[in-house]
Design a protein around this ligand. Structure first.
Ligand code: NAP
Length: 262
């Protein structure tokens, strides 16, 4: 895949992994970006940070279908097409299920999953016109390996994995790559209220993602061989992972007690 001259839409491109992806795509010659986020100031700041980029800044909430319609209509009008959609925007609220507010449960599902599916549906007619298109969905290591205190978040991220696989198989006759990224703990605003040591940087995730895209990978799983082994164990012998989670239960409860980024 040749990235230069591609038109790329990144949800949540104003911070964290999304912004690092924007920078990485720029390094590969991309100049035309649409970026969606809720905070206008964070979108506007991209103009100073990336003067070489041509930015379509779309203030909106991926959890609001009308905002998604507006975003796709703007792209159709301004560009007449789209080559790469990166579904990256996401939120998290940790804690025992019983302690999570109904609002946080609904919002996590709505933003992380429903919004991602609806935007994909709405953007697909444009993506399928591209002769070399890509759909990149940002899941999470928890999309493979669920852990206590992240039941709702992990459910949304596992659903993204299945959605991606189905999309790839549904569109096999089209020149559309579908790739899913599974970051491990990554040092971004989302993790400010979690207590985690040794996180990846957003730049590392972005680099691996773009490398994966260029190499035609289906999945980019951060966390190395150790994470891949855990995923295999979780599939074949889930009780072994149950035991690991049980032995870390109190530590995990403490580390995640205030983890919320909504
Ligand atoms: N950081 C990690 O450890 C980690 C690990 C695994 C997976 N991930 C996933 O990676 C993705 C990016 O996370 P991050 O760590 O980069 O998060 P982040 O630093 O909090 O950035 C999130 C971005 O998404 C935007 N956003 C959030 N909710 C939105 C909404 N409803 N509508 C539109 N934009 C929205 C934010 O802008 P506004 O607030 O202005 O809307 C921001 O630009 C998420 O899907 C996350 O679940 C992260």
């Amino acid at each position: 895949m040749e990235l230069a001259n591609k038109k790329v839409f990144i949800t949540g491109g104003s911070a964290g992994i999304g912004k690092a992806l924007l920078a990485e795509f720029i390094r590969h010659g991309v100049r035309d970006f649409a970026v969606m986020g809720r905070k206008q100031a964070a979108l506007d700041a991209l103009k100073q940070e990336f003067p070489e980029a041509r930015l379509l800044l779309i203030a909106g909430d991926v959890g609001q279908p009308a905002d998604l319609d507006r975003a796709v209509a703007t792209i159709a009008e301004e560009w007449g097409g789209l080559d790469v959609l990166v579904n990256n925007a996401g939120v998290v609220s940790a804690g025992l299920l019983a302690d999570q507010s109904d609002d946080d449960i609904i919002s996590q599902i709505n933003i992380n999953l429903t919004g991602l599916i609806l935007l994909t549906k709405k953007a697909l007619p444009l993506l399928l016109q591209s002769t070399d298109g890509a759909l990149i969905n940002i899941s999470s290591g928890y999309g493979y390996l669920a852990m206590p205190f992240y039941s709702v978040y992990a459910a949304t991220k596992a659903a993204i994995r299945q959605f991606s696989d189905a999309m790839r198989r549904e569109h096999y006759q089209h020149p559309l790559r579908v790739m899913t990224v599974y970051p491990s703990a990554t040092d971004t605003d989302m993790m400010k209220t979690a207590v985690v040591k040794g996180m990846d940087s957003a730049e590392e995730v972005a680099r691996a993602s773009v490398e994966g895209l260029l190499a035609g990978q289906i999945n980019v799983i951060m966390g190395g061989a150790e994470r891949e082994a855990q995923i295999k164990t979780n599939f074949l012998e889930p009780r072994k992972i149950d035991a690991v989670a049980a032995s870390n239960y109190e530590a995990l409860r403490e580390r995640t007690a205030r983890h919320r980024s909504m």
